[in-house]
Write a protein that binds this ligand. Structure first.
Ligand code: 0XW
Ligand code: MG
Length: 368
């Protein structure tokens, strides 16, 4: 089998209800990039990458498409079932840009599954279960609204709530943390995510003042080094998200005992191939992790669910997908939906979602 064509599409994903606020920045619409890899066997594979705006991480939507423009030609003619040579071809044509390579990597796993008549989770080691727990992320909101949303989401079946903080008065952050924690039932866990917005002073103050509350702190400070230095002085476990950039950083973090777990993002680390390695490293280290992406539609959601289903259940913290925050499913029949706080593995071969390309309009670039 050979890759004959690659088409790249873009689409805006408006946020339902107006906006989602991370670290003081309100996001009203996200720009997603979808890749279709077509073959001489008549099969197509789909991948996606959708940075959550241009400041959450060093990744951004225009950068993803510029990288695909650079790499697209090197993939034409390759055997799509041979994932390692395809990765090497991408490395040889462009340094870095893991998040753009991730879209190709996901599309190749989708193709491999379709070609073999199996699901992506079957190829990634085999599913440990058919449905995985999701978690809900509450954007930075006034404490009253955060409490109301937390109660609503608990009632919908979520067993893990992530509360965004940062980018405002620290007193308001502390009030939101305390009140949301006290509003949740004992079986529901709380993660407080500052998305790099706190100083180490802020993080220590919140952790010490809230030492009576059972919660996890996620990526309070910006850099890996700041968070590592902070950890011994905290009263709470520390998860790294934005700093868990790739396999090497995760290895370093374990070696330096810098975190109690990770908020992993499939595209940030480079796709399902490196994510599988990180899954195994975390399992050996006994560290829990989420299996998410920063944003994206049905393709990213399906990729996260497949990988998460193969993780040791006791170490999977939850899967975050953007479906509750966006209106459109690319695949109206099989697009992943959260029910009672859980996500089911899509049924079909490959990723199990078939995007309706009419939703995307003409490709913004094509190769082959
Ligand atoms: C909650 N998320 C998974 C979605 C937003 O993009 C941010 C992210 C996180 O945990 O930082
Ligand atoms: Mg996070």
């Amino acid at each position: 089998m050979r890759i004959t064509e690659i088409h790249v599409y873009r689409r805006d994903l408006p946020v339902m209800g107006g906006s989602f606020c991370i670290a003081g920045k309100a996001l009203s619409s996200l720009d997603t990039t979808v890749v279709r890899i077509a073959t001489d066997a008549g099969l197509s594979g789909f991948g996606e990458t959708c940075p959550v705006g241009p400041v959450y991480q060093p990744q951004h939507a225009l950068g993803a498409r510029a990288a695909l423009q650079e790499m697209g030609p090197c993939l034409i003619g390759l055997n799509p079932l041979h994932l390692d040579p395809a990765r090497e071809a991408m490395e040889a044509s462009l340094n870095g840009a893991r998040y753009a390579k991730a879209a190709v990597d996901i599309a190749l796993w989708d193709l491999l599954g379709k070609a073999l008549g199996v699901r992506v989770c079957d190829l990634l080691g085999g599913p440990r279960r058919e449905r995985v727990p999701s978690y809900y992320s509450i954007g930075v909101l006034p404490p009253d609204e955060a409490v109301r949303t937390a109660r609503e989401k608990e009632a919908e079946g979520f067993k893990r709530i992530q509360l965004k903080v940062g980018g405002r008065n620290l007193q308001e952050d502390m009030e939101a943390v305390r009140r949301v924690s006290e509003a949740l039932s004992p079986g529901v866990s709380l993660v407080v995510d500052a998305n790099r917005a706190w100083t180490s002073r802020d993080a220590r103050l919140v952790s010490l003042q809230c030492r009576d509350l059972p919660l996890v702190l996620e990526q309070p400070c910006s850099t890996y080094e700041e968070n590592r230095a902070l950890r011994p002085g905290l009263a709470h476990p520390l998860f790294l998200d934005e700093s868990a950039e790739d396999i090497r950083t995760v290895l370093r973090c374990i070696g330096e005992d810098a975190a109690d777990g990770f908020g992993l993002k499939v595209t940030r680390v480079g796709g399902l191939t490196p994510m599988r390695t990180i899954r195994d490293i975390c399992r050996e280290a006994g560290l829990p992790a989420t299996c998410d992406d920063a944003w994206g539609g049905d393709i990213i959601a399906a990729a996260c669910i497949h990988l998460a289903a193969t993780m040791r259940p006791s170490l999977l913290e939850g899967v975050w997908i953007a479906a509750p925050y966006i209106e459109t499913h690319y695949d109206p029949e099989n697009g992943p939906e959260i029910r009672d706080g859980f996500l089911e593995l899509p049924k079909g071969h490959g990723l199990g979602v078939s995007p309706d390309l009419a939703l995307f309009g003409a490709p913004v670039m094509s190769f082959g």
